[in-house]
Design a binder for this molecule. Structure first.
Ligand SMILES: C[S@@+](CC[C@H](N)C(=O)[O-])C[C@H]1O[C@@H](n2cnc3c(N)ncnc32)[C@H](O)[C@@H]1O
Length: 217
């Protein structure tokens, strides 16, 4: 994939030890995300994480939800190495080795084989058309009754709702006019158009989570 230059604040992760990277934001939101996912998670099956980042989250998810087999994925090689390092340190039987997956590539989601898909903090970093592709492909990858959980910063009714969000969005749109915060109404509209039953969840730090279930709830 052509890599675009995003501001340094878009995806902060520092070297920790060996291949492990450490993202302070992933530490801060992990507990809230675990609680959210424990409510959405099915009683068994497979969970796919898109854009897994450092791997900090998926280790916490796999530990908290041992009834699911967790598959991390990423597009960046340094993040794939970091995920492998966290996964091997965690020694969790339900956590698989990471796969390379470009979530914006049309066609990856044809398998209809996954019970839960998790996507944290990616939509604001990609173009609008790419975000639409992610929603379509993730929905195609879900089994009947499967659930897609998205988390991140969003616009509400076309508006940015804090000074920090306005600054961050402006720094992102400087990388490309279609990069930056997506509107929650537009994203939920895409999810509904794919046949998902959608719920919005208020999250800490002015973020939102959106869960979408295949079929009626
Ligand atoms: C802000 S970080 C979020 C990482 C992790 N989900 C978290 O919240 O800690 C965004 C991540 O998306 C990954 N990424 C960017 N474009 C992607 C794509 N097209 N497909 C999959 N991952 C992508 C980056 O490599 C980066 O690790």
């Amino acid at each position: 994939m052509a890599r675009r230059t995003l501001p340094a604040t878009a995806s902060v992760a520092h070297p920790l030890e060996a291949d492990k990277l450490y993202a302070p934001a992933a530490d801060r939101n992990a507990d809230a995300l675990v609680s959210l996912l424990m409510d959405a998670a099915p009683g068994s099956g497979t969970a796919l994480e898109l854009a897994s980042g450092t791997g900090q989250h998926i280790v916490a998810f796999a530990r908290a939800m041992p009834q699911l087999t967790w598959q991390p994925t990423e597009v960046a090689q340094d993040r794939l190495s970091s995920i492998s390092a966290y996964a091997s340190g965690a020694e969790l039987a339900n956590l698989k080795a990471p796969h390379m997956l470009n979530a914006t590539q049309p066609g990856w989601g044809e398998a209809r084989s996954v019970d839960l898909i998790v996507l944290i903090n990616l939509l604001h970093l990609i173009r609008t058309d790419e975000a639409r592709t992610v929603i379509t492909e993730a929905t195609h990858a879900l089994k009947p009754k499967g659930c897609f959980v998205l988390y991140g910063p969003f616009m509400r009714d076309g508006a940015l709702t804090s000074e920090g969000d306005s600054r961050f969005h402006a720094s992102l749109t400087a990388s490309g006019p279609m990069i930056g915060y997506k509107d929650v109404g537009i994203v939920t509209g895409w999810m509904r158009a794919e046949g998902l039953t959608v719920k919005i969840h208020e999250m800490p730090a002015n973020n939102l989570a959106i869960s979408g279930r295949v079929g009626s709830s």
